[in-house]
Ligand binder design. Structure first.
Ligand code: ATP
Ligand code: MG
Length: 439
């Protein structure tokens, strides 16, 4: 029997940088942690608070929340019966789950808008390819409880801040408005009327969508369909005065923030509850799966799920696509380590864990070499570990209750007393800081 392999469409994110074949670099967890730390900081500064909802939910939540006519619900969900015969689904996205939690815990009773963010795995049964997986991660925000166009502009500004702060360039930002429910209804009819004569020339998916979800035809990737759609009526011509005004204000706010955007009237989000603002941020460096971030306003969702009439806006970012872009940009960095602890001999080895724990509890990071191999080999690993200092414990040190410390960057060496280690800590801390700064 062969060894077991990960499932198609899933990835291992390893703590080391790896090359597969000549160039493809497997994601390194350091990139992920950097992205997450930057995003967390930016979200914190904007007063967004993290929400964690379950990874599986009742299937009905997604059928109602996302809409049965969508690809996600129709073709892509991981749905199963559990042992209690309940219909469950691994979440394909998290707006529905957050909206459910908002209603269930009456978060509207807190007053004002709830600014929420989440990050975690999503699951869709798709054809795996670069930038498209079956388990993937999204970072997302939701502002629930505000109709104000400043909320639309704020979430957009935060998305662009995060992408800029992680170092991405060559991004394009596309913006559209899909109006309110009745604008959309009027537009939908006009679009179906325009497309029906071309029915036989549309790609199979689009033909199928003509009755179920015609707006989604606008973002078909098929060349012939795209050509037909070029001359279709524009949704922007169907916006009522209120919708128009909301959209104008959003654009004005973005301009005031120096956020460059392009209007794209073909950009729709296929779901029924979407209203007004829709946007996508794309990268030219990603090939076919170009969209890094997609979002918009969804004033209809909370009522659709049985909650009070509540306006909301948000977005989700695909973190695999983001890390793919970052891998093209930079080398990963070794983790920061304060001390690498080498030892040899039974008595010395017996003392290592207590020393490491004392230093760790004082705030240092310490890696213990467990190999019992020759000192020479352990020193080589110490050099490669990126540690600032190497702690050395041999027979003689064990005997005398001492410890040699070699500062790896300057090659200085000093002797420490194990018993006096607590009093040496301020000096060690200062020395590590100096060595790091002098790099
Ligand atoms: P796409 O057109 O690429 O299928 P989508 O409209 O299905 O995207 P959304 O549901 O808006 O995507 O999800 C937001 C973001 O999540 C996408 O822009 C993308 O970056 C990421 N994403 C979506 N599906 C996948 C997937 N299967 N694998 C990796 N990332 C994904
Ligand atoms: Mg998709």
């Amino acid at each position: 029997m062969g060894t077991l392999q990960k499932l198609t469409g899933t990835e291992d994110i390893l703590p080391i940088t790896q090359f597969v074949g000549q160039e493809i670099k497997v994601a390194d967890v350091g990139i992920w942690q950097r992205v997450e730390a930057i995003a967390r900081e930016i979200l914190h500064r904007a007063a967004y608070r993290e929400i964690r909802t379950p990874i599986f939910e009742q299937t009905a939540l997604f059928e109602r929340g996302i809409g049965e006519a969508t690809d996600v619900v129709g073709k892509e969900m991981y749905t199963f019966k559990d042992r209690g015969d309940r219909a469950l689904t691994l979440r394909p996205e998290n707006t529905a789950g957050v909206a459910r939690a908002y209603i269930q815990h009456s978060l509207y009773a807190q007053g004002g808008a709830q600014r929420l963010w989440y990050s975690g795995p999503m699951f869709r049964y798709e054809r795996p390819q670069k930038g498209r997986q079956r388990q993937f991660s999204q970072l997302g925000v939701e502002v629930i409880g505000s109709r104000d166009p400043r909320a639309d502009a704020e979430v957009i500004a935060i998305a662009t801040d995060i992408l800029q702060a992680v170092g991405l360039k060559n991004l394009s930002f596309y913006l559209n408005s899909v109006g309110n429910q009745s604008d959309r209804q009027a537009y939908r009819e006009a679009l179906v009327e325009y497309l029906t004569p071309y029915k036989d020339e549309l790609d199979a998916d689009s033909r199928d969508r003509l009755s179920r979800n015609p707006l989604r035809i606008l973002d078909s990737k098929d060349a012939k369909t795209q050509e037909i759609v070029q001359s279709a009526p524009s949704i922007l011509a169907y916006l009522c005065d209120d919708s128009r005004q909301h959209f104008d204000t959003v654009q004005q706010l973005l301009t005031d923030l120096n956020i460059v955007y392009q209007l794209n009237p073909c950009l729709v989000r296929g779901l029924d509850y979407y209203t007004h603002t829709a946007f996508e941020i794309q990268s030219a460096d990603l090939g076919a799966q170009a969209t890094v971030c997609g979002g918009g306003r969804y004033d209809g969702l909370i009522t659709e799920l049985g909650g009070p009439d509540t306006a909301a806006v948000g977005w989700a970012m695909g973190l695999e696509r983001l890390t793919l872009l970052l891998q093209q940009l930079q080398e990963s960095q070794p983790p920061e380590l304060d001390f690498y602890l080498v030892s040899r001999g039974e008595q010395a080895e017996g003392q290592t864990l207590a020393i490491a724990q004392r230093l760790r509890q004082a705030g240092f990071s310490v890696e213990i070499d467990l190999s019992s191999s020759a000192f020479g080999k352990q020193f080589k690993r110490a050099d490669r570990s990126g540690a600032v200092g190497c702690l050395i414990l041999g027979d003689s040190e064990a005997e005398h209750g001492t410890l040699q410390l070699k500062w790896l960057r300057t090659e200085e060496q000093q002797e420490l007393s194990q018993a006096d280690l607590p009093s040496a800590i301020p000096q060690l801390r200062q020395h590590i800081q100096q060595q790091r700064q002098s790099l």
